[in-house]
Design a binder for this molecule. Structure first.
Ligand code: NAD
Length: 422
């Protein structure tokens, strides 16, 4: 995944806590429960050596944070980035907790990271770093305890190295359920690579239906044409919707008559960008966010919708495929303006949902067809959307607050049922 971050005055950890506090208050959570769930249970910081190709030995810092394993093992990706911090990993672990709970998965939240610059490392260096990091966090992970997955700058390759390393430490026992997002030949699932965009598309269909907007002829503008954004755009187009604009880090393209996302993908494969696609006008990433359309789909960066542009957004609704694309102030503006926002913990939860399917298949050593995975993904996304929609009507709160309430309530209920071992 390329450069995907922007710093703002309020950190992701503070934002996550802000939503937690508001939802906890609305739910009337008891003080002890607030104290339990507000903070992650375990935070591991490791410093470890890696031999570089030129013979030097460098030390790297890595993290693994687990929120709470009350619903089941914790689950969350591992990112490699020069700016990874413990705070960021904590925030992402907490978000994973709410995402897994909202989707009805038997998982708590977790996240990991290593502060490194993978763009400047060779494959051999990355392999040694991954294997050593896996060995360092080995006491905390396991298919019944905490299950990593890919995140920024990690993918199938790193997951395969982790499985191999941990297996080698366990008498060569093959444990595919240890991580998800693996190559299929090692127990990866059908549909994992398209799950986030596909899941977001199912959420968009539900949202349009509940807003009484037919998908045929509905318009969407998609910022970010990577894994999540492009899969969403292709699905939306195939369902009869019009994708009027898409963009990547180099700029955007616009055609009010609708683009063919599969042709745009081909153009991007050939030229490295969507820019210059024949028959489309160019549009900047900022302009794209303010286009007249039914759905605005931020699918690239954090904090792109802020108090400066939120008043100018003309979309009827927003589907957050990216993590954290809306600042707190913009969120309040959309709420005031009555623009529904399908929040990230719902709209991009397709990825972790198919990760859950992968884990289930690995545990059984029995693998499902692409059709079966897709059917189940739709069931899970539709069920979560309906719960959130009803809760938002019942409580007169927006979809984000309703999502947090549904998610936190389920974790709190499980924690209460287990009782406090204090
Ligand atoms: P990706 O790397 O495949 O694609 C990112 C896209 O964003 C690329 O098209 C890139 O060119 C574009 N981009 C980068 N900088 C930009 C800028 N300044 N303006 C506009 N576009 C820019 O990443 P992805 O996997 O599609 O992830 C995108 C978002 O979705 C991230 O926020 C990620 O956290 C979130 N997400 C992804 C998954 C997943 O399974 N892929 C799951 C959950 C959430």
């Amino acid at each position: 995944m390329p450069e995907l971050r922007r710093r703002t005055e309020i950190s992701m950890l503070e934002t996550a806590r802000h939503f937690f506090d508001r939802a906890a208050e609305k739910l009337g959570l008891e003080e002890a429960m607030v104290a339990l769930l507000r903070y992650p249970k375990r935070k591991l910081i490791v410093t470890f050596p890696v031999r570089m190709d030129d013979g030097r030995v460098l030390h790297f810092e890595g993290y693994r944070v687990q929120h709470h394993p009350v619903l089941g093992p914790t689950k969350g990706g591992i990112r490699y980035h020069p700016e990874v911090t413990l705070d960021e990993v904590q925030a992402l672990a907490v978000l994973m907790a709410w995402k897994c709970s909202l989707m009805g998965l038997p998982f708590g939240g977790a996240k990991g990271g290593v502060r490194c610059n993978p763009k400047e490392m060779s494959e051999g260096e990355l392999e040694r770093l991954t294997r050593r990091y896996a060995a360092e966090i080995a006491p905390l992970i396991g298919q019944d305890v905490d299950i990593p997955a890919p995140d920024v700058y990690t993918g199938e390759r790193e997951m395969a190295w982790i499985v191999d390393t941990i297996s080698m430490h366990n008498n060569a026992q093959f444990m595919p359920g240890l991580v998800t997002g693996k190559p299929k030949v090692l127990g990866g699932s059908e549909g994992r690579d398209t799950a986030t965009g596909r899941g977001g598309f199912f959420v968009a269909l539900q949202l349009l239906e509940h807003l009484d907007v037919p998908v045929e002829g509905a318009t969407a503008a998609v910022q970010g044409f990577g894994n999540a954004g492009s899969v969403f755009a292709v699905n939306f187009h195939r369902a009869g919707g019009k994708v009027i604009a898409v963009s990547d880090s180099k700029g955007g393209i616009y055609n009010p008559q609708g683009l063919d996302p599969e042709a745009v993908l081909q153009h991007k494969r050939e030229t490295g960008s969507v820019v210059g696609f024949p028959g489309a006008d160019s549009v900047s990433n900022e302009e794209l966010l303010e286009l007249e359309c039914d759905l605005l789909v931020p699918a690239a960066l954090e904090n792109v919708l802020h108090e400066g542009n939120a008043p100018n957004v003309k979309a009827k609704a927003i589907v957050e495929l990216a993590n954290g694309p809306t600042t707190l102030k913009a969120d309040a503006i959309f709420h005031e303006r009555g623009i529904p926002v399908a929040p990230d913990i719902l709209a991009n939860a397709g990825g972790v949902t198919v990760s859950y399917f992968e884990w289930v298949q690995d545990r059984a050593f029995y693998f499902w067809s692409a059709e079966e995975v897709d059917r189940k993904l739709k069931q899970f996304m539709d069920r979560a959307f309906r719960k959130v929609w009803h809760r938002s009507r019942e409580e007169k709160v927006d979809l984000r607050m309703a999502s947090y309430m549904v998610a936190i309530e389920r974790v709190a209920e499980a924690a209460r049922a287990r009782g406090l071992y204090a």
